[in-house]
Each structure stands twice: as C-alpha cells, then as structure tokens.
Design a protein around this ligand. Structure first.
Ligand code: BG6
Ligand code: MG
Length: 222
C-alpha cells in the first residue's frame, strides 16, 4: 500500500509556475533575450541558476557573464518573483488539492514536499498549508536538481517511507523523470505530450482524487 505522497509545489499545489514564468520573462526582456511560454516549459522544476543559464544560452550570440553577474541576475529574478508571491492567499490553492491532502491524511498516509524552490516555505505559509506536511525537503540541501532523484529520495527518507511505496505528483517533465528514477509511482498533471512518462496523468488538479491515484498505483504494482 501507499506509505507517502510527495508533492511538487510550483504548478501542482498552486500556480506559482506562472509567477516564475513572468519573473523570468521580465528579466529576459531586460536582457533582450527571446523568451516564451514554450521555452519556459523546459525550466519547470529546474533550479534558479540552471534556469538562468538555459535562458542566457539561447541568446544569439550568447553573452558571457562573470559569476558575480550571474548571481546578480538570479537575485534580480528572485526579487521579481518575491513581489508576485506577496499576493498569495489560501484562495490560490489549486482546485482539489486541499481535499486530496485531507483524504491522504485521513488514511494515515504521510505527506511530503519535494520542491526545488528556495521560496517554498514562504509560499506554503501564505497558502496556510504548512501543517499538512510531515516532511519538507530544504532545496538548499540538495546537490543534484530534478531530473536527478535526490530530492524525492530525501523526502522519502524524512518520511521513513520506502521508495516503492511512495507516490510523487509533478507538473514538470524533469520532475516526472526524477520520481521515476527514485523508483516511485509518478502522477503527472498536464498535457499528454508533456506527461508521457507518468504512471497516471490528469489534465488538471481538479481531476485528482486519492481513489484514482491508489487504483493506478495498485494496478502498476500488481
Ligand atoms: C521550481 C520551479 O519549483 O523551483 C522552477 O518549478 C524554479 O521554475 C525552481 O526555478 C527554483 O525556485 P526558486 O524559488 O528557488 O528560484
Ligand atoms: Mg512544478
């Protein structure tokens, strides 16, 4: 049976994926680097610095920045992002998420967070859901970002759960890869083309339910 459900944050619990996009878009525009929603898909789940490097490498010709300059650019994006997340309230929980978490709790199953974001705690506080979590991985302690399984394995360890008995929920391709590399069951939220690798895919969070997740998980483990 399922021992733990490990959630991604941005784009799964709340739509901060949109704020990350808007903040990067603002920075890219200032740098005159082409940037759009389609390319932004490749940044989902990717750390702040790695995202910045991916954006810069798209410029023609790609400018070269010193480490100091890179840090300042990453900080600038984060300032834009922090402004956006100020406005978050519990109303910004994506549909179905609170009910799903309550259901998981009622079953005595653990809830974990595996977010690459260093702003995760602030966002959880603003949403008012910090107390739902039995374990929250600090992104600053993770050496290898998604698609590496490290962050999901760290979450399972915190929850004293075995990988094979964990379910991960993600909206990013890199995140689904990370869940699967950790030996967990992957639930993907998004379009079929992006979520090909997921064990269960739903179009949006309103379509999530524990019974759906459990049935798919049990079928997979038969
Ligand atoms: C992930 C987001 O959750 O966190 C990425 O999907 C983001 O878009 C990453 O770059 C790092 O977030 P932060 O808040 O530490 O810049
Ligand atoms: Mg995400």
């Amino acid at each position: 049976h399922i021992q733990a459900v490990i959630f991604d944050l941005d784009g799964v619990i709340t739509d901060t994926a949109e704020y990350h996009y808007l903040a990067w878009k603002k920075l890219a525009d200032e740098l005159n680097i082409p940037f759009n929603r389609n390319f932004n898909e490749a940044l989902k789940g990717v750390s702040r610095m790695d995202s910045l490097k991916k954006i810069i490498s798209r410029a023609q010709p790609a400018p070269s920045f010193s480490e100091d300059e890179l840090n300042r650019l990453a900080d600038r994006k984060n300032e834009y992002y922090k402004e956006y997340i100020q406005q978050i309230t519990p109303d910004d929980l994506l549909p179905g998420i609170t009910d799903l978490m309550k259901e998981i709790k009622q079953k005595g199953i653990k809830i974990g967070l595996a977010s690459a974001s260093k702003n995760a705690m602030v966002v959880l506080e603003k949403l008012g859901i910090t107390s739902f979590f039995d374990g929250i991985v600090d992104a600053a302690t993770i050496e290898h970002g998604k698609p590496d399984p490290e962050i999901f394995l760290a979450a399972a360890r915190q929850l004293h759960a075995e990988s094979a008995s964990c379910v991960g929920i993600e909206d990013a391709e890199a995140g689904i890869q990370a869940i699967k590399a950790a030996g967990m069951f992957a639930v993907g939220i998004g379009t079929a083309d992006k979520m090909k690798e997921a064990g269960l895919r739903v179009e949006g969070t309103q379509k999530l339910s524990f019974i759906k997740i459990e049935s798919a998980y049990l079928l997979k483990n038969k």
